[in-house]
Design a protein around this ligand. Structure first.
Ligand SMILES: Nc1ncnc2c1ncn2[C@@H]1O[C@H](COP(=O)(O)OP(=O)(O)OP(=O)(O)O)[C@@H](O)[C@H]1O
Ligand SMILES: [Mg+2]
Length: 243
C-alpha cells in the first residue's frame, strides 16, 4: 500500500491576478521505504509537488492521500509523520534559536539533553553544538542541523527539496551520504528533489522527471539513466554529463 499518493494533482497559483496552473495531472505514489527522486529544470514544478505532498498548498484539482486517507481530513497526522528539509539552511533555521532548541522543535516538548546529543551525533555533529546559534556553523553543519531536526520525531516520510544545492561539492557528497545512510537505517520513505540527476542517482531507487508542470517520465533510476524514453530526460542527462 502507498504511504503517500497524489492522484491527478493540479495546483493553480495566481499571477498578476490571473490563474496559473503550475502542475497538472500529477500522479505519484510513494510506498513505505521508497526513495523517489523528483528532477526537472527550474520552474518545472518540483517544489510545488513537494508542497502539495505536505499539505502546504491546496490542490485546485485531484487529491493527496496519506496512509490511504485524504490529507485534508487530518493535516496534523501528516505533519507529525512527514518532515521537510529545505535547500537553504540559512533561511530555514531560526537565527535567534540555539541549535538544541531548533532540533527539539518537532518533538513539541523539551528534548532531554541525551535526546539532543544523540540527534546531533547521528548527523555527525558534536553534542556541544547544541549551544551554538546557526550563524556560528558552516553551511554543511547547518544542513546537518536541519536534517537532525527533520529526523528527531522519526518521520515515515522525509521530503528534501534540493538539500545539497547550496553546499560546496565535498560537503554535498557527505550530506548525501548522510541522507542515504539515515534512509537505510530508519527506513523512512524519501522524496528528494534535485535539478541534478547525479544526486538522485546516488540516493534514490526511482525517479520522476517533471517538465512544464507535468511528469513526463518515471521509472527505476537505472532504467531512466541508461535508457531515457522522453526527449526532455535525454536533454537533462546530456546537460549533466557535459558539465
Ligand atoms: N506562490 C506562487 N505564486 C505564483 N506562482 C508561483 C508560486 N510558486 C511558484 N510559482 C510558479 O510555479 C511554477 C513552478 O514553481 P516551482 O517552485 O514549483 O518550480 P521548481 O521546479 O521548484 O523550480 P526551482 O528548480 O527553480 O526551485 C513556476 O513557474 C513558478 O514561477
Ligand atoms: Mg524549487
Amino acid at each position: 500500500m502507498s504511504l503517500l499518493e497524489i492522484i491527478d494533482g493540479e495546483v493553480t497559483y495566481t499571477r498578476r491576478g490571473e490563474p496559473f496552473v503550475a502542475i497538472r495531472d500529477v500522479n505519484l505514489a510513494i510506498a513505505p521505504g521508497d526513495r523517489v527522486g523528483i528532477v526537472g529544470g527550474s520552474g518545472s514544478g518540483k517544489t510545488t509537488i513537494a508542497r502539495l505532498m505536505l499539505g502546504l498548498v491546496q490542490p485546485s484539482a485531484g487529491e493527496v492521500r496519506f496512509g490511504g486517507r485524504p490529507i485534508a481530513e487530518d493535516l496534523s497526522a501528516l505533519r507529525r509523520a512527514a518532515s521537510l528539509v529545505f535547500q537553504d539552511p540559512n533561511s530555514s533555521l531560526n537565527p535567534r534559536m540555539r541549535v538544541g532548541r531548533i532540533i527539539e522543535e518537532p518533538l513539541r516538548r523539551r528534548g532531554t539533553p541525551a535526546e539532543i546529543a544523540t540527534a546531533l551525533e547521528e548527523v555527525g555533529l558534536e553534542p556541544g553544538m547544541a549551544r551554538r546559534f546557526p550563524h556560528q556553523l558552516s553551511g554543511g553543519q547547518r544542513q546537518r542541523v536541519a536534517i537532525a531536526r527533520a529526523l528527531i520525531a522519526d518521520p515515515q516520510l522525509l521530503v528534501a527539496d534540493e538539500p545539497v544545492s547550496a553546499l560546496d561539492v565535498l560537503v554535498r557528497a557527505q550530506v548525501l551520504r548522510l541522507i542515504r545512510d539515515e534512509a537505510d537505517t530508519r527506513r523512512f520513505a524519501l522524496a528528494m528533489i534535485s535539478h541534478d540527476l547525479t544526486v538522485v542517482r546516488q540516493v534514490c531507487n526511482r525517479v520522476v522527471v517533471v517538465h512544464g508542470g507535468a511528469i513526463v517520465e518515471e521509472g527505476p533510476v537505472g532504467r531512466v539513466f541508461d535508457d531515457p524514453q522522453h526527449e526532455y530526460t535525454r536533454r537533462l542527462l546530456d546537460a549533466t554529463l557535459t558539465l
